[in-house]
Write a protein that binds this ligand. Structure first.
Ligand code: GTP
Ligand code: MG
Length: 431
């Protein structure tokens, strides 16, 4: 980590402000080279001038910007960090970054490199680092609060406590191994740590139950029904935008279309489908309907849309059985009260984001972390079996050492470089 790294931490494009972050030993040299008036007072935001060295008698002004210096080790990465807040103009940012990169030993950061340095400098454990990635991607309230809980170290504390228990049992097992070398080994049920080991296995199994992976895709609600039922109109009303083509000609929607709906507790995808007609006019209609059926199979919620101003289609009963929700349209034509769009949004919100029913909450973690717990559980199970069947204390001790290693890998206490690379490469640049 001898290089100093630099990255734009905000998206590329025109914006009021942007954030450029620098981390490493060259921070003082950078300040001297491009921020000649900046005093480098720790953690104080100062309005200052960024200048580029120019051949002209005076240096060229790049931007007036805010700068904050975080001296090591009290920074995000644990190294000297400089945060700059220039105007969000891509041209200014390019000039600023080019000027900084001219300082020796400064280079552009790779994906997740700031967080990787934070991890390597003991600023956060791996559960925290992975949770940070989740914070950046969370698209519903539950995922966000889960990521905050992970980042606060809630999971890490439980894992550390369990790893400590495993260490105790391992010590007992090792002791037993030494003991057995001197005297004839004792039967398994006299092993002092047997009950403790059983308890550890149970703890691991409970932990595994609480570990869940997140769905990377948004939950899907598919709208289906007869042509002209008002499916596209309903989706437009829900998203409060004329996103989909609506017309009085049946068969307007041919291809399925996905639209994101922002509900109070998270985002979902609404899928508009081609109307299901009894008589198919053409091969294209046929294929469109086939596609509708495929989409319905994959949807998390199937919403049947029905025009109540006309007699129901023949397939209505069959459709209703497969639907999770039925929404009536054209109620205005027959002068009937209908549910409002706001009410429908509330219903969707409560279906997709139900309030948790108390009890221990699940932790949404990565596949990698679930894998580590599974391995630890298998090791503990094998250790127990070994003790039950024979007096293979040495093998049981080995299994428990492995169990502890796997468990500690969840929080990154024991993790190899390739695992780290996979984790941090999934981050964006500048994080
Ligand atoms: N009066 C009234 N008209 C509606 C209502 N909902 C939809 N419409 C009209 O009904 C016609 C069909 O609406 P669409 O939203 O295109 O229906 P669709 O189910 O998407 O139809 P296809 O794409 O052909 O399957 C349009 O002329 C809409 O303006 C409603 O609640 N009341
Ligand atoms: Mg339509």
């Amino acid at each position: 980590m001898t290089d100093t790294i630099i990255a734009l931490s905000t998206p590329v494009g025109v914006s009021a402000l942007a954030v450029v972050r620098v981390s490493g030993k060259a921070v003082p040299a950078i300040c001297k080279a491009i921020l000649p008036e900046f005093k480098m007072q720790p953690r104080i935001a100062s309005l200052t001038k960024a200048k580029a060295k120019a051949k002209a008698p005076t240096d060229e002004l790049i931007d007036n910007l805010l700068a904050i210096y975080f001296p090591a080790p009290n920074s995000y990465t644990g190294e000297d960090v400089l945060e700059l807040f220039p105007h969000g103009n891509p041209f200014i940012i390019r000039k600023l970054m080019a000027a900084i990169c001219e300082v020796p030993n400064v280079r552009l950061a790779q994906r997740g490199e700031f967080t990787k340095r934070a991890f390597l400098n003991g600023k956060m454990d791996l559960t925290g680092a992975e949770a940070l990635g989740d914070i950046l991607c969370a698209r519903d309230a539950k995922s966000l609060s889960n990521a905050h809980r992970l980042l606060s170290g809630e999971v890490s504390c439980e894992i550390k406590a369990l790893a400590e228990k495993i260490k105790e049992v391992s010590a007992l097992l090792e002791l037993e191994v030494d003991f057995a070398e001197d005297i004839e080994s004792s039967p398994q049920n006299t092993f002092l740590g047997y009950e403790k080991l059983e308890q550890i296995l149970q703890n691991l199994q409970n932990l595994k139950k609480r570990f869940k992976t997140s769905q990377n895709t948004l939950p899907k609600a598919a709208f289906f029904g007869a042509p002209n039922a008002g499916k596209s109109s309903l989706i437009n009303a829900l998203v409060k935008e004329d996103r989909l083509l609506v017309s009085e000609t049946p068969g307007t929607t041919r291809d399925f279309v996905e639209v994101t709906l922002h509900l109070p507790d998270g985002d979902i995808l609404l899928i508009d489908t081609a109307g299901l007609a009894e008589e198919v006019q053409s091969e294209i209609d046929n294929r469109a309907m086939q596609k509708t059926k495929e989409i319905l199979e994959k949807a998390n919620l199937k919403i049947l849309v029905i025009d109540i101003s006309i007699p129901p289609p023949k397939e209505f009963e069959e459709w209703r059985k497969s639907a999770d929700l039925v929404v009536e349209t054209h109620a205005d034509i027959i002068g009937k009260e209908n549910i409002s769009i706001n009410e429908l949004q509330k219903i969707l919100n409560s279906i997709f984001f139900p309030e948790s029913k108390g009890g221990e909450e699940a932790w949404i973690v990565s596949e990698r972390q679930i894998d580590c717990i599974k391995k630890a559980e298998e090791n503990a199970l094998r250790a127990l079996e070994l003790l039950k069947q024979s007096q293979a204390m040495e093998l049981a001790a080995f299994e428990m050492r492995e169990a502890r290693n796997s468990l500690c890998s969840v929080i990154g206490e024991i993790t190899d470089e390739s695992v780290l690379d996979t984790i941090f490469n999934s981050y964006c640049i500048g994080k």
